[in-house]
Design a protein around this ligand. Structure first.
Ligand code: F1P
Length: 346
């Protein structure tokens, strides 16, 4: 529902339409660089958006954690746009990043859920997400809607830059409109993840691996595991694991490989084989059709096919469920993760 509402807010007559938020095509046409900034899950959306935007628009994208951006005196080039992603619109570091960008004379696009929040008010343009008022502390719906907002932004920018035809944009919109039903299909199969998750209530460490967009998904899956299950987990760009962390793999350590991007599939499989030979127990997360994964993974989870740019929206669901059900198996209160606040305003 949240995903559908966010799509519906900015799609008119099979095209992405930002006229209501005053983001004009002439302004988009001038953008030569994009900086995307956020904290926590919002930063992981930034990373996914970087892959999508660069691939679709050929505009270079830099991403940063807001608490780093605000203190490092970032060089912001002319004709750039800073995108600040924040569910609450009140996160102190993200708000400070926004103010810094404005001081430096760069336009800001806020991607915000809470209407009238500080970031929404101070941004030059605000793309509202429609995650609704009932937001969990460990971001799930907000993450999904922020992704949608960033896909729509990438599609409009690609069209303005002449890299996406009206017809291809309409096809992408059709794919977007299918996401809610596909998400529901994954949720309908949740018992299988629950059964698997219940075996990991006592796990010490977990690792998530992926390349490209699948690395961004891995980071968010790993964060969910930490936030709600209190299990030490790390996400690695799959090729980086062997440069150190592989020494932490012991017999039966759970390693989750994410493989939604067909051009990177074989490479990530080879990294999974490497950790398996060190004793890891492998969960493979891929799209329907890639049944060869069962030759390598001990437990395989499939998500429906979609445009590869949108794969994050589907692949994150089993990982959120994994974190959720490990937490349930440990008898924890998923809605009240310790030490975590809904909005970090200091
Ligand atoms: C950012 C954030 C969330 C996280 C937790 C703490 O919040 O890091 O991603 O799940 O709630 O804050 P926001 O800037 O998106 O409101």
């Amino acid at each position: 529902r949240a995903v559908q509402d966010t799509i519906g807010a900015y799609v008119k007559d099979n095209a992405v339409d930002f006229s209501e938020i005053g983001l004009k095509d002439e302004e988009l046409a001038n953008i030569e660089r994009v900086y995307i900034v956020g904290c926590g899950s919002a930063y992981h959306v930034a990373m996914a958006a970087k892959y999508v935007l660069e691939d679709m628009t050929q505009v270079p994208v830099e991403i940063d954690i807001a608490s780093e951006f605000r203190y490092r005196n970032p060089i912001l080039v002319k004709n750039s746009l800073v995108v600040i992603i924040s569910q609450s619109g009140e996160t102190a570091d993200s708000l400070a990043a926004l103010r810094l960008a404005k001081e430096k004379g760069v336009a800001v696009l806020g991607v915000v859920n809470v209407v009238g929040s500080s970031i929404a008010r101070e941004s030059d343009h605000t793309l509202y997400t429609y995650a609704g008022p009932e937001i969990s502390v460990a971001t799930t719906k907000a993450y999904s809607t922020q992704l949608i907002a960033m896909y729509l932004f990438a599609m409009r920018l690609a069209q303005v830059k002449g890299l996406l035809s009206e017809e291809d944009c309409a096809k992408m919109i059709a794919e977007l409109n299918e996401l809610p039903a596909k998400i529901q299909k994954i949720l309908d199969d949740k018992e299988r993840i629950q059964w698997f998750a219940s075996k990991y209530a006592n796990a010490k460490d977990m690792f998530f691996l992926g390349r490209g967009l699948d690395y961004a998904i891995s980071l968010e899956g790993s964060l969910k595991m930490k936030e709600i299950s209190y299990i030490h987990s790390e996400a690695y760009a799959a090729g980086e694991l062997k440069h150190g962390t592989i020494s932490l793999i012991e017999d039966n350590t759970l390693v989750v490989g994410v493989l939604t991007q067909s051009n990177l599939y074989e490479k990530t499989i080879s990294n999974m084989v490497e950790v398996k030979s060190r004793g890891a127990y492998l969960m493979g997360l891929t799209t329907y059709g890639n049944y060869g994964i069962e030759d390598t993974a001990d437990f395989s989870v499939y998500v429906p096919k979609t445009d590869p740019h949108f794969a994050t929206s589907l692949a994150i669901i089993p990982l959120q469920l994994l974190g959720y059900y490990v937490s349930v198996a440990k008898g924890l209160d998923v809605d009240k993760p310790r030490n975590l606040a809904k909005s970090v305003t200091v």
